[in-house]
Structure formats: structure tokens, C-alpha cells
Design a protein around this ligand. Sequence first.
Ligand code: NAG
Ligand code: NAG
Ligand code: NAG
Length: 234
Amino acid sequence: MSHLSILLVFLALAFTGALSELCHPQDKQALLQIKKEFGNPDSLSSWIPTTDCCNENWFGVSCSTQTESYRVFWLKLYALNLPKPYPIPPSFGNLPYLKYLSISSTDNIVGPIPPTIAKLTMLRELTVKNTNLSGPIPHFLSQIKTLESIDLSFNKLSGNLPAWLPSLPNISSINFDSNSFSGTIPDSFGSFRKGFSLLSLSSNRLTGNIPTTFAKLDVEIVNLSANKLEGARL
Ligand SMILES: *[C@@H]1O[C@H](CO)[C@@H](O)[C@H](O)[C@H]1NC(C)=O
Ligand SMILES: *[C@@H]1O[C@H](CO)[C@@H](O)[C@H](O)[C@H]1NC(C)=O
Ligand SMILES: *[C@@H]1O[C@H](CO)[C@@H](O)[C@H](O)[C@H]1NC(C)=O
């Protein structure tokens, strides 16, 4: 073969190689940045830059066809065994097609929920569970109108429960168990819509009366145990 045809064959192979990678370059860049911001833990060693992030071999990553290309829509990270304490990497906000984000059972996650999470405007489920996450429930979460489920149980979160939660149009499950939330339960919590499945606020430092608005609440499971609430048990 001439040099020219060898070059052409090479170019053709390089081109098909690029085309056969399903991972969107922006998603790959965000994931690799997350890995770096988590201190390159061994638990993410399957996140190899030269491989396709949609090949089902990247730990916890799933892609699906959105619009015309594959995008990362599902991320389930657990037991990350981070080498030292890290906050949640801001780069999670650079995965705009995420519908499901779960980070759990990782002691070395510390600090508050980063504001970049508000960029995930398709997010339906947010789980950060069994970590050392701290700080309040930030108001910027109210911008994610698609949220259906929020599980922030078994962390070190504190502050008041946010009165805006029932204004998320599709919210149907909230689990804030085992944190350090304090203050009273907002009256608005009595207005979760019909079909709401779980409101779990157990093992916090909630005080005051259970709002009278709860009398009309139509929720499958309500758990207020292990707080400092007054009045009747539900
Ligand atoms: C949080 O950090 C403490 C030490 O600071 C550690 O003992 C604990 O296991 C960590 N994880 C959780 C989930 O609290
Ligand atoms: C709420 O759920 C309905 C039914 O699944 C859906 O059509 C609508 O787009 C959702 N709203 C938001 C803001 O995600
Ligand atoms: C309510 O929360 C307590 C304490 O976290 C737990 O032991 C109990 O099983 C929960 N009850 C229900 C019905 O989930």
C-alpha cells in the first residue's frame, strides 16, 4: 500500500473509533473531573479516560438516548472509600441530562450540597445518604422543579426544614432521617399533594407541635419518631 492509502485507512479507523464511542465528550470530561475532585479513589479506577463512559464498565454510570446522542442520565456511587475528606465535587452540575443521582455510604464526603447541583434541571431523584454531608437544605434545590424524590438520610445536615418543599410540583418522597434538623415542622408540610408516598423525618431535633395541617395529609408513610415534638403521635 502507498503511504497515502495507509494514511487514508488510518484516518478511516480513527474516525469510526470516535463515532463508535457513545459517551458524550462533555459528560466524559465532567466524570473525569469528578474523579479528580474526589482524589482519584481506587473505587473509580474503572473510569478510564481512553474508554467509553457508556460502555457499562464505568462504575455506577448509565447512559441513555436523549435528543440525538447518548448522555449520562443515571449515576449511582457508593462505598467510594475516598482517601481523605472531600466536599461533593461541583462538577456534578456539568452532567445536564442526569435524572438520577445517588451518592451513599462514603464517610469522607463532608461539607454542604454544592450550588452547581441546581444546574441539574432534569433531576428526578437526588440521594446523598450515609455520608458526613453537613449544612442546611439549600434554597437553590427549589429550582429543580423535576424533583420527585429527595433522600438525604443519615448525614449531618442541620437547620430548619425548608417550607418550600411541597411547592415542587412532582415531589412524592422525602427522607431526612437521622440528621440534626431543628426547629418546627413547617405548616406547608401539611399540603403535600395526594399520592405522596413517604415523609420521613425521624431521628432529628425537631421541636414544637405537629402542624394541625397534618390532619388532612394524605401520605402513605409519615415517620416523625425520635424527635422532640409535642402533641399526639401520628
Ligand atoms: C463521619 O465522620 C466520623 C469521623 O469524623 C466517622 O467516625 C464517621 O464514620 C463518618 N461517617 C458517618 C456516616 O457519619
Ligand atoms: C411532572 O410529572 C408529569 C407527569 O409525569 C410530567 O408530565 C411533568 O412534566 C412533570 N413536571 C415537571 C416540572 O417535571
Ligand atoms: C420510623 O423511624 C424509626 C427511627 O428511625 C424507625 O426505627 C422505624 O422503623 C420507622 N418506622 C417506619 C414505619 O418506617
